[in-house]
Every structure is written in structure tokens, then in C-alpha cells.
Design a protein around this ligand. Structure first.
Ligand code: GRF
Length: 198
């Protein structure tokens, strides 16, 4: 089995979709939920699904030995960020090359970078007056929102759409695509690799 860890700081609606998608999957399982926030809704969802969870705060995340030991004890092979607000440190990127993906609620490189998260993104989309927005799934490198793009999906922005409406449209796209794209990337990168080893 490929062991997937989901890193999330908030509500966890994408995390829920991912957990649902991989329930009973023959090759991939969600083995761990990592959050930096003890109050994050995603931790309750982990309980619902009987998935292990750990809190790793900002300081521990920066500490290579602590973080790798914690992930190592669950044999984590791949990491999916789903609303995780801390910057992934260099040591983690290096320990999981092309094995960390993130979802961003806009069409990168537009509306990305530090501070561009949650409603900030959708307000900026509204203020700029663009006619379309969407979501991006990308590999994670050491800078916010700059790793290689794996997948994008678009949705039209109508003149009357509020930032809240835009957020709803984008979230629906995320729920539709993230689990499937994740599955494809993991299979392409890891299952094939393990087959070659054996
Ligand atoms: C999503 O919009 C995702 O793109 C962003 O954070 C949000 C997480 O929402 N990175 P949820 O916690 O999955 O509901």
C-alpha cells in the first residue's frame, strides 16, 4: 500500500473528499492527517474515518528530525496539502521529491503567493474583474504556489458574482477534481516505481 498523509489547517472539506475517495482503494490509503491547529475541523473528520492524526506546529515542522520521525512512524510515501497554511520547509521538500502536491483556489500563477489564501484570493479575483477563475493542483517546492502545475480547471466569473459565490464555485471544482488527480499522480509516480523495484 501507498500511505498518503493529508496536511490541513482548516475545515477539511477537500480532505473529506480525499478520504472518501480512497476508502477501500486497493493501492492507496490515507494513513495520517497532519494539522498545525489543534482546533482544525479536519481533525474531527479524521476521527470519523478512523484515520490517525498528529499536530505539528510551526516550530516542529521546521525541525527536520522531529517531522521526518513523525511521518516515518506512519511510513508516509506521499503528502497532499489541502488548505495547509504553513510554508513547507526545504527539508520536507527534499525528503519527498515530487511527492508533495497542493491545491490552490485560483489559476496560478495568477492570484498566488504569500497571503493569497482563502477569501483573500476570491476577493482579489472579484476586484480585478477577471472573467474566469478556477483551481490549480501543483507540486510543492520551497516557495508558495510555485511548483510545477499538474492540473487546472476553470470556471466563469459573472459580473454579479460576489467573492462568496466565486468561492463556492471554485470549491465545487476542487472537490470534483482533487481526489482523482491525486490518485493519478500517485499511481504515475509511486506505484510504477515500486513495481520496478520488485
Ligand atoms: C481550498 O480552497 C484550497 O484550495 C485551499 O484551502 C481551501 C481548503 O478548504 N488551499 P477545505 O479546508 O478543504 O474546505
Amino acid at each position: 500500500m501507498i500511505n498518503l498523509a493529508i496536511f490541513a489547517s482548516g475545515t477539511g472539506s477537500n480532505a473529506r473528499r480525499i478520504m472518501e475517495h480512497f476508502q477501500g482503494h486497493p493501492l492507496i490509503r490515507v494513513a495520517l492527517v497532519v494539522s498545525n491547529k489543534p482546533s482544525a475541523g479536519v481533525l474531527k473528520i479524521a476521527d470519523e474515518f478512523g484515520i490517525a492524526k498528529v499536530i505539528i506546529n510551526r516550530e516542529s515542522l521546521k525541525d527536520k528530525d522531529t517531522t521526518l520521525r513523525r511521518l516515518g512512524s506512519f511510513n508516509i510515501d506521499f503528502i497532499a496539502l489541502a488548505g495547509f497554511l504553513l510554508l513547507i520547509p526545504k527539508h520536507l521538500v527534499q525528503a519527498f521529491p515530487s511527492r508533495i502536491v497542493n491545491i490552490h483556489p485560483a489559476l496560478l500563477p495568477d492570484f498566488g503567493g504569500k497571503g493569497m489564501y482563502g477569501m483573500n484570493v476570491h476577493r482579489a479575483v472579484k476586484e480585478t474583474g477577471v472573467e474566469k477563475t478556477g483551481m490549480t493542483i501543483h507540486f510543492v517546492n520551497e516557495k508558495y504556489d510555485e511548483g510545477e502545475t499538474l492540473f487546472q480547471a476553470e470556471v466563469a466569473v459573472k459580473r454579479e458574482d460576489s467573492p462568496e459565490i466565486i468561492a463556492k464555485k471554485v470549491l465545487a471544482l476542487e472537490h470534483k477534481h482533487y481526489p482523482v488527480v491525486l490518485e493519478n499522480v500517485i499511481i504515475r509516480n509511486l506505484v510504477n516505481e515500486k513495481d520496478q523495484e520488485s
